[in-house]
Design a protein. Structure first.
Length: 357
């Protein structure tokens, strides 16, 4: 019920914000500033024009277009892999459809802010790389700028379509593949950084519930639990579930704490205790926690996690053969409009089957 009330408040606040923005634009800004446009829940700012200029050399441009197109097909392969896994899960496990992540609904608090920042960076670079490749291939960019779509700041790009259609197919494929490629590259880089930043041993305590055994016996937020009863903690599965253990008992914990080092704690668990009272996350490396501090290191970890998740999702979704995606346009370029539309229809049906519960 509390989550539902938060959802209602979020939706009402969002609607009120956009009503005020549209009224303000209509009565005070409309017609006065050509660089600002508001269309419903979208604000466009700083529209400019630039001519395409072929650079660098022809051989380098050819290589860029080929590499970007190959990266697109890597993402398309990941899309079909995801489809296959989803179908197998439905058939043999009975899992439901994909959970769509929405800030304010199932992504809340600091996670929602990090989600918006990561999504803004990822989607903006996606658009800007389309523009970059268009200019490199000598295709004029009709307009570009920044926009606020609902609550997410983004970039937008509009190329000169007539000139685009007259360009050689490899150049068109390079321009269309650029956004998917940069998201795939960002996902890969984020995954590498995330792997380097994550500790293989230990779980990070992100919060402690007041009055719980953990609170009473000295566990602090941003402690790293490295072992329990002499066994190393490598994942959440290594943390005992209090409801499932014989009580009364006690847990012997080794935790790492900034400015203190490793500390041994004994946490008595009474007959009436149902949980330890801690909230956990995968832990950043000890060196990172020591250098940055608990909260900054944790936020960096979460940001890298969102950058990986969002960019991988964008690369896969935009590679899919759907009418509104880069992949849909690429399929039309390769197969022609007739067969391309058939493939896009099949892609839409597949996506709906994945999303439906």
């Amino acid at each position: 019920m509390k989550r539902l009330n938060i959802l209602y408040i979020f939706i009402a606040s969002l609607l009120a914000f956009w009503v005020v923005v549209n009224l303000f634009y209509r009565y005070f800004l409309a017609g006065k500033y050509s660089s600002i446009e508001i269309h419903g829940y979208v604000v466009l700012v700083i529209k400019r024009k630039t001519e395409g200029r072929a650079s660098p050399s022809g051989e380098a441009r050819l290589l860029h277009n080929i590499v970007l197109t190959i990266l697109y097909f890597v993402s398309l392969t990941l899309f079909f892999y995801m489809v296959a896994i989803s179908i197998l899960n439905r058939l043999y496990i009975g899992s439901t459809g994909v959970v769509v992540l929405v800030p304010g609904v199932n992504v809340v608090g600091m996670d929602a802010l990090l989600f918006i920042i990561a999504a803004s960076i990822s989607a903006s670079l996606h658009e800007l790389f389309h523009a970059r490749l268009a200019i490199r291939n000598g295709i004029p960019v009709k307009s570009f700028g920044i926009m606020l779509a609902l609550i997410i700041p983004l970039a937008y790009v509009e190329v000169e379509e007539e000139e685009f259609r007259r360009t050689r197919i490899l150049k068109r494929l390079g321009v269309l593949s650029a956004g998917v490629a940069v998201n795939l590259i960002l996902a890969t880089v984020s995954l590498v950084l995330l792997t380097l930043a994550t500790s293989p041993i230990g779980m990070l305590v992100t919060d402690v519930e007041p009055g719980s055994p953990a609170y009473r016996y000295g566990i602090h937020a941003y402690d790293v639990i490295t072992s329990i009863n002499g066994s190393l903690v490598k994942s959440i599965n290594d943390i005992p579930v209090v409801k499932m253990i014989a009580k009364p008992t006690s847990l012997n914990l080794t935790v790492w704490r900034r400015d203190t080092g490793y500390v041994n704690l004994v946490i008595p668990i009474g007959v009436n205790d149902e949980k330890i009272g801690i909230y956990l996350s995968s832990s950043p490396r000890i060196e990172l926690l020591e250098y940055l501090g608990g909260l900054p290191a944790f936020l960096l970890y979460k940001f890298l996690l969102w950058m990986y998740t969002i960019n991988l999702s964008l690369s896969i979704l935009n590679a899919a053969p759907l009418f509104i995606t880069d992949g849909g346009r690429i399929i039309n370029e390769l197969a022609g409009n007739k067969y391309g539309n058939i493939i896009n229809i099949i892609g839409v049906i597949i996506l709906l089957l994945i999303l439906l519960p």
